[in-house]
Design a protein around this ligand. Sequence first.
Ligand code: SF4
Length: 705
Amino acid sequence: MTDGARAATRTGPPPREAETHCPYCALQCGMVLRDTDGRIEVRPRDFPTNRGGLCQKGWTAAELLDHPDRLTTPLVRDPAGELRPASWDVALDRIADGLRTVQRAHGRDAVAVFGGGGLTNEKAYALGKFARVALRTRHIDYNGRWCMSSAAAAGLRAFGVDRGLPFPLTDLGRTGTLLLVGANPAETMPPLMRHLTDQRARGGRLIVVDPRLTATARQADLHLQPLPGTDLAVANALLHIALTEGLIDREYVATRTEGFDAVRRTVAGYWPAEVERLSGVPVADLEETARALGTADSAVILTARGAEQHAKGVDTVSAYVNLALALGLPGRPHSGYGCLTGQGNGQGGREHGQKADQLPGYRKIDDPVARAHVAGVWGIDPAALPGPGVPAYQLLDSLGTPDGPRALLVFGSNPVVSAPRAARVESRLRDLDLLVVADFLRSETAELADVVLPVAQWAEEDGTMTNLEGRVLRRRALREPPPGVRTDLAVLAGLADRLADTPGAPDRFPTDPRTVFAELRRASAGGVADYAGVTWDRIESTDGVFWPCPDPDGPDTPRLFADTFPTPSGRARFHAVQHRPAAEEVCADYPLHFTTGRVLAQYQSGAQTRRVAALHRAAPHGFVELHPDLAARLGIAEGDEVRVASRRGELRAPARLSPTIRPDTVFAPFHWPGAARANSVTNDAVDPVSGMPEFKICAVRVERA
Ligand code: SF4
């Protein structure tokens, strides 16, 4: 049928369109959704981050809106252990009764909340407020701990602020040398590569640090392939060389930073030849990298999960921040340090109170001034605000134990697949008195729940997201949620209503996202992440608004650090950091390094993307990638079922042989549950500062299954 014939015969409502953004990663690619008689089309739109591009995940995102697995009624577990359909009143009453029972018996902190980096700013804000005001528990954290918390901590201690990129993404296209450390945007954020293509077309150099010859590394001018867990030593060696060769920006160091002497003394011991022995990166490559960074007119250093997901992730990021500061990059045109945030709202999700130690506006929950401000907005006594909780893994690992929470509410997360040492986390979840999951699909975590609440998807809700640049964007609804489905905000309001022990408490949890955002603006006013001047109208009249933006009539802040840093002295702070071994080293029983990551066609725990037909066809199952030399030594052929065992558990998946990985390292993507669950193997050691787990390295044994 031609378009003309279709238009002539169509009898349904007129097509509707919504300009919005992809539901998945932090690039937040611009897209247009069009609803023609219930058939949803996705097409890309030109936005500064994606410049008209989408990856396969974005193109197919609408398929989940009407997916047969879509949850459209609450489910409540019956006495026989089956999840059965129930009315909203029955489900919410069951939750409220359960929460009250647990808190009466074990105290306020016996209830915990676990959020997600995909929730809108309004939902993340409301969830933090719900935990502190309605539940009055200190236990809330979110899966953003898995994503970028080490870069956040390192950024805070160096710059006094954590904004993933302190400059617009378009600056990458204009920088002279770009060093990507543990980042693989060609597979995780393909449209970002357009900026890198620009950069190289202008004569810039791309250098990639990654233990695997990834799709991104293949496009690089130089690929450094260190042993997993040695990125910190590589950074210190680069700074050692920069010092030796006189590449340091001495004026910048003297006038804009503090603490360099201790770093200079530390890196003096990182002789390139020794770092080559430790990391496997040749001295010549280290020298070439240091010179490319130190002699370019402009340069950017970016880290991502490969450098950050370690028990020394904060120090590793600090080592690269030190290098950037010593070269005088932060605040200079088309230059600086940044982190490539992963999840869609990983940035906004960590700014507005989902984190165990934070209040909205990136305020610290143990700061009396911050507590007084936020309590004033929430209409409560500051003394009623709980104190800091514990980071995500510590929280999950304490569930159901004598001193831990006995009830958990999960919003927008699937820790059964995505948490480290996942079998242990699964066991902890099973030990709870009450597990509640709000999701739009029956994720692996929902399968364990006592109550499952069906909630709206991205194309069915309005709100805001903050992308990897700190740019606040509008998510626009295309259509109403299906009958039986509620928004997360409505779920929180319904629960607050039932839990209220003071008159008027339910009014504190509005369900209209615009109203919630207006309150968020007030709560964030004066904080580090100040959204007071960000209005929905302003976002809609521009390509988003960069925080901090304290005044509706004043400018926003696309670029930070041009004149000063938001530290007490106005200077950036160096931190001397030392390489140390991974939490678990190889040994005779577990002689190989294991590392995890993502593939192009899947996203995070895969609960969504595994259900999209085209993505499933492209990446139908997990695999174990190993070097042909290692495979030959172990008697493993392409496609053989392989068993990867660590001290914590094992995974089984087909072997995929590739000369692009080091012969001493094996890799598995973490998107699949069951036997192929990579996180059955990973280590739950965490960074002592950020609480980020060491997903990126542990010791394993590999054999044919
Ligand atoms: S790169 Fe990220 S935001 Fe863009 S379409 Fe793909 S998943 Fe969506």
